[in-house]
Design a protein around this ligand. Structure first.
Ligand SMILES: *Cc1c(COP(=O)(O)O)cnc(C)c1O
Length: 220
């Protein structure tokens, strides 16, 4: 196995346009595997679970930045705020308020992205597209968070072309919010696209992609 992860990362970095940032989606991977990805050139690690992130951090440390890309529960916000450089999955005012409160207590401002449920799937997280603009505006008013963009998963399809409309919807919200210009909001990052869909996502304007399988291989 050794060497393969590193080679996968190098190939990806070569392929990605220079304005696109790679987040290595590391859920269920061993800290040593994550370390190998970092050796290959990964600068940002995406974690879905706070505990898993802390275990990986013991090995990898601050050689990379850490993004939270899972669903954030209220009782994990304190730890998340202490640890993560960017929380990509804020989808309610309630969780935003908790992040702001915990950040203020640490004397920091936490950068966040707002997660959009672009496929309007009831079982998925994220704010509905038509409610996104209001939420972004309200989050921007909170004192100790900084809204830096949007994130979406989108429905999963065998054919990545089918994901295109959902990436496009998210991009349209991104552009609209940017054009409106809310205080405390800086539309800098559009995080969308995974192993099978990142090429389409980039065509639709993503400048941050979250890739797991294509770096680490299939999850067991
Ligand atoms: C697992 C995961 C990814 C990466 O998925 P792959 O298909 O393995 O590339 C991206 N984003 C989130 C939020 C994830 O949980």
């Amino acid at each position: 196995m050794s060497g393969l992860i590193e080679a996968n990362v190098k190939a990806l970095l070569k392929e990605l346009p220079t304005h696109v940032v790679l987040v290595a989606a590391a859920k269920s991977r061993a800290p040593e595997e994550i370390l190998e990805a970092v050796r290959g050139g990964v600068k940002i690690i995406g974690e879905n679970y706070v505990q898993e992130a802390l275990a990986a951090f013991q090995v990898v440390g601050r050689q990379a930045e850490w993004h939270f890309i899972g669903h954030l529960q209220r009782n994990k916000v304190k730890k998340a705020v202490e640890f993560f450089d960017l929380i990509e999955t804020v989808d309610s005012l309630d969780i935003g308020q908790e992040i702001s409160k915990r950040s203020a207590a640490r004397g920091k401002v936490t950068p966040i992205l707002v997660e959009i449920n672009s496929g309007r799937e009831p079982q998925k997280f994220g704010v509905m597209p038509e409610e996104a603009k209001d939420l972004v505006k309200q989050l921007g008013c909170l004192p100790s968070i900084n809204v830096q963009g949007l994130m979406t998963m989108g429905p999963e399809f065998g054919d990545p072309e089918e994901a295109r409309p959902y990436f496009r919807v998210t991009r349209e919200i991104f552009e609209e919010v940017k054009a409106t210009g809310f205080p405390g909001v800086e539309m800098k990052w559009l995080s969308m696209g995974m192993s099978h869909s990142y090429r389409v996502a980039i065509e639709e304007g993503a400048n941050m992609v979250r890739i797991g399988t294509k770096i680490f291989g299939p999850r067991s």
